[in-house]
Design a protein around this ligand. Sequence first.
Ligand code: HEM
Length: 125
Amino acid sequence: MEIKTIYDRIGGDESIRKIVDTFYPKVYENEELSPLFEGDIDEIKRKQWMFLTQLTGGGALYSDEFGPPNMRVRHMPFEITPVRAQAWLKLMHETLTETGLIETEGGKALFERLSQIAPIMINRQ
Ligand code: HEM
């Protein structure tokens, strides 16, 4: 039996790109999150595009360039509080809603996965 990846179930690269393009403008406008994002929006979008591709089973783009994801460790320099993790997830939910993906089985599975990962990034109370 063939089991399709989340990547295929949400519609592959086109959907990953839509998510990233919709999500980051929200982040850079959010008062909880924007102070953390001082880097180049194009580079952070490119990294998230690679990472989400990898997370959903579309290929190891992120690890091929940057090595093991270790996302908790990579987020350590940034103060991620429970409030900020919640804000991040809320914007991701808005993103999946606006792109129509939350209504799909694959979109729901992706949001569930991200809901599990976001709390792991909390590194300050
Ligand atoms: C929980 C709340 C989160 C906050 C506040 C947060 C914040 C940040 C910040 C400030 C950066 C660095 C941006 C820059 O370079 O200017 C970053 C990088 C990144 N974040 Fe998050 N993040 C969160 C959750 C997540 C989650 C759940 C994922 C995975 C789906 C993720 C994936 C990434 C990736 C792939 C990078 C790039 C890492 C690199 O430098 O290679 N983040 N994040």
